[in-house]
Structure formats: structure tokens, C-alpha cells
Design a protein around this ligand. Sequence first.
Ligand code: FMN
Length: 220
Amino acid sequence: MKLLCISGSPRGKSSNTLKLVEEALAGATEVEPDISVEQVHLGELHIEFCTGCGACHKKLLACPLKDDIGEVLKKMLDADAIILASPVYINQVTAQSKVLLDRSSPFVHCQMLRGKYSAAFATSGGGPHEMVPEYLKEYLISCGAQYVCGVSAPMSGMQEARKKARALGEKLVRAVKEQKTYHDQLALMQKRKAFFKPVISSRKDEWKGEYDYWRQKGWL
Ligand SMILES: Cc1cc2nc3c(=O)[nH]c(=O)nc-3n(C[C@H](O)[C@H](O)[C@H](O)COP(=O)(O)O)c2cc1C
């Protein structure tokens, strides 16, 4: 089982949010000692802003920008479970996190993370924090990944959050092992597919790569 953790904190190993992720990983390996874990720190990579050129829709995930995003997206496609972690920066995810989401837009158009499981973690200095896992949940479900749960906390709540994070790590691995079904999320994915179907069909030439993906999946 491959578990990929992507941190959007610019503070690398000193990240508070990463402490929650590490707790989750401890829980995960307790359930499944053979699990393969990989951590990606977006702040250490060279990742540029999306320019909106549309190349990734025309040829699936192809991007003219020469940077590290392709490797990260490949790792996401290869994982069984994905953890997204971000501190709260001005009431939202960090820019490092947001740029990853922007650069992965075919994941959303084609629900390319179908069959995977996910979770999200966030910390704030002291202000509201729940909106970050909620936002990441929305993104992950849009990509087709079932969302197991999220844990977030202000600095003052880290002790309690660590316990929750550990439990979530265990739950995430169990969800993968048992191939758990979250019916409400699958229904939401179906609804999104119904929304995208005419869009993908009408942009057949412009978004050829995505159109072909839909055809291969038998969704058109
Ligand atoms: C640019 C910036 C913006 C921030 N915005 C908020 C905020 O809106 N609300 C809040 O409670 N904390 C805010 N913080 C504090 C961080 O969310 C907090 O320190 C967090 O635990 C950092 O996580 P990390 O150690 O994983 O990077 C901000 C910090 C920075 C540097």
C-alpha cells in the first residue's frame, strides 16, 4: 500500500502541520507495518503558477512549464492514499498548496483519482482552521478520491489534535484495506460527472486528451 503525504507548509520539517501528519503516519504503520510512505514538501520544489494555457486538457497532464509538478502529479496517480496538509494562511491553504491544485485541473475534469482514499490536515496560529480541510475535502472528492476525514487545530489544541491525527491515520489505512465505500461521496462524484459530461463533449477538440480519457472510461 502506497501512502503519499503532500505538505504545503513552507517550513519543511519544522512544520506544525507536519507533526499531525507524522502522528497519522505512526497510526497508519501500526495498522499496516509494510506500508510504503512518501513525503513531498511542496516548498522545497520548483513549482510555477498555472498560466491557464489549456495544454494539460488537450494532451492529458502535459504542461509546457518545465518544473517539478509533473513528478508530484505522477506520485498522486500512483498512490493508494493521499494526505494533503496545509497550514492556514489568511484563512485558506498556503500558496504552495493552491498552486498544486491549480496545476492538477485534469484530475478534476476527469476524476483521475478515482479508487484512492484521502485525508487532510491543517493547523492555524489561533484562528479558524476548519475551512482548510473542508476545502481540501472538496478538491479531493472533485478528483474522485474518497475522503476519510480531516483533522485541524490551532496551536493551543495540538495535544488533542495529535490523538485525532493518529486515529485518522489508522482509519485511512483501514479504508484502503477494506476498500470502504462512502456512498454520499460517490453520489456527489456522479453528480459532478453529469455536470462535466456536456462540457467535455462540447470541447472535444480543445480538450482532446480529456475527451479521450472519458471515452476510454466509457463515460461518454
Ligand atoms: C503568511 C501567514 C499567514 C497566516 N495566516 C493565519 C491565519 O489566517 N489564521 C491563523 O490562525 N494563523 C495564521 N497563520 C499562522 C499559521 O497558520 C500557523 O503558525 C501554522 O501552525 C503554521 O503551520 P506550519 O508550521 O505547518 O507551517 C499564518 C502564518 C503565516 C506565515
